[in-house]
Ligand binder design. Structure first.
Ligand SMILES: Cc1cc2nc3c(=O)[nH]c(=O)nc-3n(C[C@H](O)[C@H](O)[C@H](O)COP(=O)(O)OP(=O)(O)OC[C@H]3O[C@@H](n4cnc5c(N)ncnc54)[C@H](O)[C@@H]3O)c2cc1C
Length: 323
């Protein structure tokens, strides 16, 4: 049975793993996180839940629409939509799918039946005895015929360098050209419902804040209301290394009409060094020049969102299976 190792259990890695598994490949996915999902991330604060990475996803390709139908039927996802659609609405122009239990639940559902090793940080890869040999921080060693790397391109370049892998300059240029914005995400557990208008999302074009969402209206936090605030890329860049508590408070203080001070119970802040992409490679993946099959993919390739990561993962699996 041909074997593959996938680095990264985000949407791209899980999509690739599912497809290769159905095609008879032995697949192992490695992720440094405590759980699966990467930027499909949901956190519990007090009795509340908050999505602090991707807020929703859309599905325009037949492949993702097929998965959407499966996940809707299994009640893993639902559509987040206004009860009264408005022509002026700029946020909900196309269907927004969200995990019923939060976005991370989508990743959990996709990883069912897959072999995923979490808390495994990959520190190097090389070819040995005609197979890829991947080593992890914990001392783990994994071997496979094909290697699929779905981590953000800057992290992939760091891994390549650490591994001493002789990447050709054309491949290095592709990876180096992919750029990400940082994002500071603030999660606020509330004492009572927020004052966000239904259906609970506001996008700002020019402000320190890019996005605010009400996780209770979204349906993922029935036990206690909460909101998620995403700082703008400019604000996040300027304050990335600052004091997290102070930054969280600074952002919350800018929304007194939506989240009055007396409604705040707990504030938590998360720093995403790689959130949405600024610059992407147009093709869905990169097939690197290497003695054995080596592909790079993820949301730095194609559309730059959850759907783009899914499409990249599927395309990587298709290429691997055809080798
Ligand atoms: C704040 C924010 C808001 C967003 N909003 C939206 C949105 O509303 N809609 C949308 O469609 N998209 C949104 N996105 C983008 C979306 O989350 C991503 O495009 C998508 O989830 C990327 O999936 P991926 O598999 O390419 O990467 P990731 O999800 O980043 O997965 C990569 C995985 O690799 C792992 N990893 C990294 N290095 C190593 C290593 N050395 N060893 C082992 N594992 C490693 C990481 O732990 C991670 O799990 C948002 C992202 C952020 C951060």
């Amino acid at each position: 049975m041909p074997s593959s190792l996938i680095i990264g259990a985000g949407m791209a890695g899980l999509a690739a793993a599912r497809k290769l598994s159905t095609q008879g490949w032995d697949v192992v996915v490695l992720d440094k996180g405590r759980g699966v999902g990467g930027r499909l991330a949901t956190r519990r604060i007090e009795q509340a839940k908050a999505d602090h990475g991707a807020q929703y996803f859309s599905a325009t390709t037949p492949e993702l629409q097929e998965l959407v139908q499966e996940l809707l039927a299994d009640k893993v996802i639902t559509e987040w939509k206004p009860t009264q659609p408005s022509p002026a609405d700029t946020v909900f122009k196309k269907p927004h799918y969200v995990g019923v239990e939060g976005m991370n639940a989508v990743a959990k559902a996709l990883s069912k039946d897959l072999t995923v090793r979490t808390a495994e940080t990959v520190i190097s890869f090389r070819v040995e005895e005609n197979q890829w040999l991947v080593e992890t921080e914990s001392g783990g060693q994994y071997r496979a015929d094909a290697l699929l790397i779905t981590i953000p391109a800057p992290q992939a370049l760091a891994l390549i360098e650490k591994s001493g892998f002789p990447i050709v300059s054309a491949d290095k240029s592709v990876l180096s050209a992919i750029r990400y914005q940082p994002c500071i995400a603030v999660m606020v557990a509330l004492n009572k419902p927020s004052l966000l208008p239904a259906p609970g999302a506001v996008r700002y074009e020019t402000s320190d804040i890019a996005w605010v969402a009400d996780n209770a209206q979204k349906g993922i936090s029935p036990g206690q209301p909460s909101v998620t605030i995403h700082a703008s890329a400019d604000f996040s860049r300027t304050h990335f290394d600052g004091d997290l508590n102070a930054i969280g408070q600074q952002l919350v203080d800018q929304l007194p009409d939506l989240i009055p001070a007396d409604n705040i119970s707990t504030v938590q802040v998360h720093r995403w060094r790689y959130s949405l992409t600024d610059q992407r490679h147009p093709a869905p993946f990169l097939k690197a020049e290497a003695p054995l099959s080596l592909l790079f993919g993820g949301d730095g390739f194609g559309k730059g969102n959850v759907e783009g990561a899914f499409t990249s993962g599927l395309a990587m699996a298709g290429c691997t299976a055809n080798l």
